[in-house]
Design a protein. Structure first.
Length: 121
């Protein structure tokens, strides 16, 4: 009985840790002998509940670690989980405080700069 309870507790803790983790994708281009430049792009995806939102100004998510403030990049794409692009006209009805969202961002110094926001369908 104790083994079953310990196994169940471990499974619950492990599954919650997996759900809370950020995922990171890194693209690296190395410098070649011909002098071509090196490019490194690291994109991280994080999820949470939108707590403050003013398009182009404020984007704060409540994540497991607490509230996180994001900055807007030059171009931010809003999409649904199925990949449908959300137009500027649809933003007010699809992106709302209290909704769960995922954001893809790069880190620029201490700032998290958004490039993509994913909302539920």
């Amino acid at each position: 009985m104790k083994i079953q309870l310990c196994s169940l507790a471990f499974a619950l803790i492990a599954s919650s840790a997996v759900l809370a983790q950020d995922t990171t994708t890194t693209k690296t281009t190395t410098t070649q002998a011909d002098g071509s430049s090196q490019t490194t792009v690291k994109t991280t995806t994080s999820t949470g509940t939108l707590t403050e939102y003013v398009p182009g100004t404020t984007f704060i998510l409540k994540e497991e670690s607490g509230p996180v403030t994001y900055r807007y990049g030059k171009e931010v794409v809003y999409v649904t989980k199925s990949g449908k692009v959300i137009t500027q006209d649809m933003l007010n009805t699809r992106v709302r405080v209290g909704n769960p969202v995922s954001v893809q961002y790069i880190t620029d110094g201490d700032n998290r700069v958004i490039s993509r926001v994913v909302v539920d369908d």
